[in-house]
Design a protein around this ligand. Structure first.
Ligand code: 3H9
Length: 708
């Protein structure tokens, strides 16, 4: 056997172990090794059955995703896995897959070619390929409906969420759950099968679950995919492939699957989603802060402020099982905050996301109070008070007197200078920004803002904590608005200028929604509250470089139109919070255009997208060059997880690469000529465009330089 796959014996049972850490992916050599072990078992008279098990923490977690890039760039020819699977299935001796950890993608496809599957209670199985923009490519769409039924298979292949071992058992995808030691249980299972003398069943020959009319399941899957994965082509392809299982022979179904798999693999969407998969893991890697950096153990937290953000942040801690104090100045505000938390949890219980018992446990972890009692032994305090420097400094000054020396002191500020906040304490090395995104209990992004004095220990603790809170933590530098909001400011400004110039509010939103953004920018402004930006503009009024100003937004706020919370902003809102276009706001935009000497014109969706998205890219390039983001991919991950940027476009920087930086740069130069200083091209963008390079090249060079 190879190093990747070993074959050992337990009496008459051959045990095939995959040893390809960390997740036993099907890298070159693994499928070959398994097939060769099966052949050895088949030929060996002493061996009567075989078991496949994963060494280490998991069964096979899927194909080796890094190989896809090599295949699409022509560096490697992608051979089919199907012949290996047929070798397994055609074995005359019973073959059993013993699953722990995750049997995902190709891992589940391998398991389904085995005659039986047994699993640990904590195991999960799934076909998550659509999350990478592809579909199962080793007969998963053909075997899963035969084993688990069409409805379950189409849901698993189209949406990509895994299911638990017990659910897999219920649907016939696994045959037995093994409590205790998996391997001993699997060997005992093999002996039972041998004693029964049963013929090894082949999943490809089973068609009893394919009979009947499944049109309702396919229609439901198409609707769900359209809702949850808008704009993506892989879910549709996955549904078509499962549908083929119900209308074609196994062999023809596999051919259809292979055709659709290839189409998806060579599409830009899968390249973008694979970039995102590795990006989400890369953001955790910070030059100079290795695995050996000490971290502070977080056993107790305290949050200051029970408003929307404070409440959401406290929920994150409670969800992770960390006791948390939530402090407000007035009892009334505290009660309101706690009631909102309870309402949010109750909604989740109503929707079946977790039980009442889980909700009660989480609520019990939250201690609401109006004092600082108990703050002295909190391992972390998170300030989430109103966004104003004086107030933040006052709070940090108070915390400095109360908190124990080793406590992390985090501010949830979205724009303010962390160093200035830290200056209110005697320990700036313990101060860091933890910028959560609203709603904080839902959004995955946590921008972690490093001040000039923040210690590596506090950074490493924050990154580890983000994982524990089930967030994607991205480390950024301390510039105004940090990375996300600094770029967002440019994006929102352009959206508002387009409105002044005559694009029409619903048209601006529609163009960006069609592009794939979760919401249009103006509707987003209304949701977040237009008053937030208005207050920040007032705070920084002395150093605004925007001569045109944001007059439409300012005037909306001056007239009390803050967005959804006041029933009106760019739109009016009915009692169901449905947005209704408002001719008064268009009139306001017309008036502002006159004041600014702008002649209005018709503006199409392409220009709307270029003006807003290229503004993001240009600012992102400046941020990269100034070192406030570690890599271009960090910006992408911020935008996808915090700002509703479509993952299947890979984030703004990756999108710029796919458009071509030369094209982006030329257009930025045109905007610069037409609109002046605000569109000054980023020198890095110019440099990459002139050398026909990409942001991905920039990251690659940076990685190489860091590796020495
Ligand atoms: C497929 O199977 C297609 C088939 O139909 C066949 C077609 C022909 N490949 O996530 P973690 C790396 S498509 C390569 O931090 P966790 C990962 O980058 C595939 N590398 O651990 C990281 O590297 P590093 C379908 C992979 O415990 C390290 O392993 N399968 C792969 O939090 C640890 O990963 C999937 O989509 C891979 N397949 O979560 C499963 N998987 O340390 C994708 C991981 O250098 N994987 N790595 O940063 C996952 O969902 C999670 O990794 C898993 C473990 C749940 C398994």
């Amino acid at each position: 056997m190879s190093e990747l796959v070993s074959l050992t014996r337990d009496g008459e049972v051959g045990i095939i172990t995959v040893n390809n850490p960390p997740v036993n992916a099907l890298s070159p050599g693994v499928p070959e090794g398994i097939a060769s072990a099966i052949e050895t078992i088949q030929k060996d008279d002493q061996l009567k059955a075989g078991i496949l098990i994963g060494g280490g923490r998991t069964f096979i977690a899927g194909a080796d995703i890094r190989e896809f890039g090599k295949m699409t760039s022509g560096l490697r020819r992608g051979g089919s896995l199907l012949p290996f699977l047929l070798t397994i299935e055609d074995s005359t001796k019973p073959m059993i897959a013993a699953i722990h950890g995750t049997a995902f993608g190709g891992g589940l496809e391998f398991a389904m070619a085995f005659h039986y599957r047994v699993a640990s209670p904590s195991a999960q199985v799934g076909q998550p390929e659509v999350k990478l923009g592809i579909i199962p490519g080793a007969a998963g769409t053909q075997r899963l409906p035969r084993l688990g039924g069409v409805a379950k298979a189409v849901e698993m292949c189209a949406i990509g969420d895994p299911i638990s071992a017990s659910e897999a058992l219920k649907h016939g995808i696994v045959d037995r759950i093994i409590e205790g030691d998996l391997l001993s249980g699997a060997v005992a299972f093999a002996r039972e099968v041998l004693a029964s003398g049963a013929q090894p069943p082949k999943s490809r020959e089973r068609d009893e679950k394919l009979a009947g009319d499944h049109s309702a399941s396919f229609a439901a899957a198409r609707e769900q995919a359209q809702k949850r994965m808008r704009g993506q082509s892989a879910p549709r392809a996955a549904i078509d492939a499962v549908e083929a299982a119900t209308t074609m022979s196994f062999e023809d179904g596999c051919k259809k699957e292979a055709e659709l798999f290839q189409q998806c693999l060579f599409d830009n969407q899968s390249k973008a989603l694979i970039h995102v998969f590795f990006g989400e893991r890369e953001v955790g890697k910070i030059p100079g802060i290795g695995k050996d950096t000490a971290t502070i153990e977080i056993r107790k937290a305290a949050v200051i402020g029970a408003g929307t953000m404070g409440g959401g942040i406290a929920m994150n801690y409670a969800n992770a099982g960390i006791p948390v104090i939530i402090r407000e100045v007035s009892q009334e505000a505290l009660d309101r905050g706690v009631a909102t938390i309870a309402k949010n949890y109750a909604n989740s219980v109503k929707k079946g996301r977790f039980s009442q018992e889980v909700m009660d446990r989480r609520m019990a972890l939250i201690t609401p109070q109006t004092t600082y009692q108990g703050f002295e032994d909190a391992d972390i305090v998170v300030e989430a008070v109103f966004e104003g420097m004086d107030l933040k400094k006052q709070v940090f000054g108070e915390l400095d007197k109360i908190c124990k020396p080793g406590a992390v002191m985090a501010s949830n500020t979205s724009t303010l200078n962390i160093d200035e906040i830290a200056s209110a304490t005697s320990r700036p090395q313990m101060v860091i920004g933890h910028h959560f995104f609203s709603p904080a209990n839902v959004m995955r992004l946590l921008e972690i803002v490093r001040g000039k004095a923040t210690s590596n220990e506090v950074i490493a603790t924050s990154m580890a904590l983000a994982k524990r809170l089930k967030k994607v933590g991205v480390l950024v530098g301390n510039c105004r608005g940090f990375v996300g909001n600094r770029m967002f400011h440019q994006y929102m400004r352009e959206a508002q200028y387009l409105v002044e110039e005559g694009a029409g509010i619903p048209n601006v939103d529609a163009a960006l929604y069609e592009f794939g953004m979760a919401m249009g920018p103006l509707a987003t402004g209304d949701l977040a509250g237009l008053d937030v930006g208005w207050r920040i503009r007032k705070e920084y009024k002395d150093d605004q470089n925007e001569t045109r100003g944001l007059k439409v937004a300012d005037r909306l706020c001056e007239s009390g139109r803050y967005g959804q919370k006041t029933g009106a902003g760019y739109y009016r809102y009915d009692e169901n919070r449905r947005a209704i276009p408002d001719p008064d706001v268009e009139k306001l935009a017309e008036q502002v255009a006159v004041e600014n000497g702008i002649s209005r014109r018709t503006i199409g969706p392409d220009e709307i997208v270029e003006r807003t998205i290229y503004a993001l890219i240009n600012e992102g390039a400046k941020i990269l060059e100034e070192g406030f983001a570690l890599r271009a991919v960090d910006i992408d991950i911020i935008y996808i997880n915090g700002y509703g940027f479509p993952a299947w476009r890979g984030g703004p920087m990756w999108y710029g690469d796919t458009v071509g930086l030369k094209k982006v740069y030329d257009r930025v130069c045109e905007f610069h000529e037409q609109m002046g200083e605000l569109w000054t091209p980023a020198p890095l963008l110019k440099q990459l465009a002139e050398h026909e390079k990409t942001f991905a090249d920039f990251d690659k060079e940076k990685r190489a330089a860091a590796a020495g």
